[in-house]
Design a protein around this ligand. Sequence first.
Ligand code: GLU
Length: 433
Amino acid sequence: MSQVDQSPRAANLAGHAPPGPGELSPYEIAQHYFGVAAERLGLPDDVRTVVGTAYREVQVQIPIRRADGLIHVYSGYRVQHNGARGPYKGGIRYHPEVDLDEVRALAALMSWKTAIVDIPFGGAKGGVNVPAGDCTQGELQLITRSFIDKISKVLGPTRDIPAPDVNTNAQTMAWMMDQYGKLNGYTPAIVTGKPIALGGSLGREAATGRGVIMCFTEAAPALGLTPQDTRVVVQGFGNVGSWAARIVQDMGATIVGVSDAYGAVQSEAGIDCHALHDHIAQGGRLVDFLGVDVITPDELLSLDCEVLIPAALGGLIHGGNADRIRAKAIIEGANGPTTPAADAILHDKGVFIVPDVLANAGGVVVSYFEWVQNLQHFRWTEEDVNQRLGTIMSRAYGEVAARSVADAVTMRTAAFEVGIERVVEAARTRGYI
Ligand code: GLU
């Protein structure tokens, strides 16, 4: 059994909204933020090209006969962006809108993310353009095994280590480990985010949401906030959003708005996110939860609150809605939630943003712990995992915040500066550039 939420609602929270006319694609967005920091670092053009573009991009065909009797042909991608600091690392997502542009963007973000939290990995990402919510578990298993067969040559515990992402979970990782094992022998360190019974790490499931809230705790004093006087809005109630909501609620915050792929709700008195999580896990709909008012997803973004946690689609905070955001701070649980146009508007409004490459790094940090435990054939306690996660997140937050002050730049630019600088240094000392 998987230890993560496998409800179709959680499963559909996902991906990246396709760019509208005139909007930047996910890769263009990632390259924009890279370019701003690379410019500030004074990186020469040739170095910029080496560290800004992917090392390897694999695209494979995944033909599967589904329950309707037809062969459906999906595309699977694995992009290895930069491996100067260690084996490639990053999740695999299942979503109909997955394409090479999006996977490329997310792979680059992983290179900066692993460098910002200073764990010995490079950056990669994978995806299959399958509508996971419409597939049976049997179909998902077939797709997963076929995908791993086709990319296994570029994987390995010292080469490239996948993990869960949008619409994939511990069960998917179990199939991946098993399929890789059939080809190469028992190798638990080939994927992270596995079920506990198969060598997964305690604390991994909650890690991304926990890291998001650790960033809130770090940011709070400078914002004049304590959890007890903080109203939080969570956009997306999948793995990241629901854990972040439950953890910050337990600290005393009031969750005043929540959305998922099917709707949004609010309550000034506060939404009990433990009860909401149970309600959804039992097949209930978010909008049918008792004691809340149904609102539109657009209204959710305009709710009066101190903290907004985007934890759903990429690109959902854009030039058309950023102006209506009333939060003091945004902690980015999703990858790529804020377009450059929105980023500029929010900066002008004085909204403090903890960027994705720092805020959601808790997941890959505990993936690192899982990999270490697998290599040592040893299990750490959950307290140990959480405490070590806290040490790393706090150090990374402090380094990025200090850089932001020293260079008088946003936390996003500072984070990219720190990440890119570390990747460039590794590439340089290896003799690549
Ligand atoms: N998919 C997660 C992310 O975007 C986790 C990656 C990992 O653990 O390798 O950071």
